[in-house]
Design a protein around this ligand. Structure first.
Ligand SMILES: *Cc1c(COP(=O)(O)O)cnc(C)c1O
Length: 365
């Protein structure tokens, strides 16, 4: 099969050294292995700028959604009520999770090209004091918009509520001072900006709130408190852990450090993103999100005007030449998406913009 690089927001293109770690079948109950888990947990807290006294990290089997579902169904009790601020498919997925769990919740829907407003959230919290938790997405991968979790966190904390953030596609690609921004639970996964392979999600949680969630979980395998209690002893996972993925993730964390940590990685992503948008604009292809709110992870582009444009044809053209891009996900416009995270550099962005140009040149107007 022909190889290609992924310009999708996870799974993404990883290094050969990260993939190479998976050539070893590691034993799970062995001390070495448990130690690797413990080191990963410690490192995640550092990346989140939080202390081990106040916060703790829990790894959870499954994709990112499993992590989000684990938090929502484990920490929101029967007497609690959740407010979800949504401006894309991943915010809406949280409502879906709440619905499935029979949770008491309200949703604040914002247009996909707008960020949820902290002031609207304040009004909703003031009007309904029974709301106990607020959840939202940081980087809405649906559109590529970067939501202002800092402003919302301020409001949520000033009202004394619990703040849950899905930072799946931003954590480690965008610097997030978790405590300073008032975040109590933040969720991300192995195959996004840390550049590991898919297989588990992780949660950075306020210790006190996590402790208080004991016995609230509505699911056995996604019980965050139980998972934590087992892992906290000596790094043992409660059920079979994705060993190969964990080894790859430990290597990915090492490589993040070697690159220069979050500052260097976020700079590379931002530069990739700006170069991509600039190049596409020169071809007459414009981003769906305005410059102020566009995040550095993935960009939604409108179909180019003045061309007999078929996304499937462009997708194949580009894939045959070494890159996989993404269809659009916003509902109200014809769009496609290009991600710029993973082992992706300036040369890749230049090449893909050039491929888009070649494709358009070969297409009828
Ligand atoms: C990737 C992603 C998820 C998780 O998706 P999975 O397919 O379950 O890994 C959740 N939220 C956001 C914002 C994401 O980008």
């Amino acid at each position: 099969m022909k190889n290609y690089k992924l310009l999708t927001p996870g799974p993404l293109t990883t290094t050969d050294t990260v993939k190479g770690e998976m050539m070893f079948d590691h034993c799970t109950w062995d001390d070495d292995y448990k130690q690797i888990t413990q080191e990963i947990r410690k490192e995640l807290l550092k990346l989140a700028h939080v202390s081990e006294e106040e916060y703790t990290a829990v790894l959870m089997q499954g994709s990112g959604t499993f992590g989000v579902e684990s938090v929502l169904t484990s920490v929101i009790g029967k007497e609690d009520k959740l407010l979800i601020a949504a401006n894309g498919a991943y915010g809406e997925r949280m409502a879906d999770i709440a619905e499935h769990a029979g949770m008491d919740y309200v949703i604040y829907n914002e247009h996909y090209d707008q960020v949820p407003k902290a002031e609207v959230i304040r009004e909703m919290l003031e009007k309904d004091p029974s709301i106990t938790h607020v959840a939202m997405v940081h980087s809405e991968t649906t559109s590529g918009i970067l939501n202002d979790i800092e402003a919302v966190g301020k409001v949520v904390k000033s009202m004394g509520k619990v703040f849950i953030v899905d930072a799946m596609s931003s954590f480690a690609g965008v610097d997030i001072p978790v405590k300073d921004w008032g975040i109590d639970f933040i969720i991300s996964s192995a195959n996004k900006c840390i550049q590991g392979v898919p297989g588990f999600s992780f949660i950075i949680a306020d210790r006190k709130l996590l402790t208080e969630s004991k016995g609230k979980a509505r699911s056995l395998s996604l019980d965050l408190y139980d998972q934590w209690k087992t892992m906290e002893v000596d790094g043992k996972w409660r059920f079979t852990s994705p060993t190969h993925v964990v080894l790859a993730f430990a290597q990915a964390l090492k490589e993040l450090k070697e690159e220069g940590g979050i500052p260097a990685r976020s700079r590379r992503y931002k530069e990739n993103n700006q170069l991509l948008i600039k190049g596409m604009k020169e071809l007459g292809i414009h981003p769906y999100i305005d410059g102020e709110h566009q995040g550095p992870i993935i960009t939604t582009f409108f179909y180019p005007e003045n061309y007999d444009f078929k996304f499937a044809d462009m997708y194949t053209y580009i894939k045959d030449r070494g890159y996989a891009i993404y269809p659009g996900k916003v509902t109200e416009a014809e769009t496609f998406r290009i991600g710029n995270i993973g082992e992706i550099y300036k040369e890749d962005i230049e090449r893909v913009v050039n491929l888009v140009k070649e494709f358009l040149d070969s297409t009828g107007k």
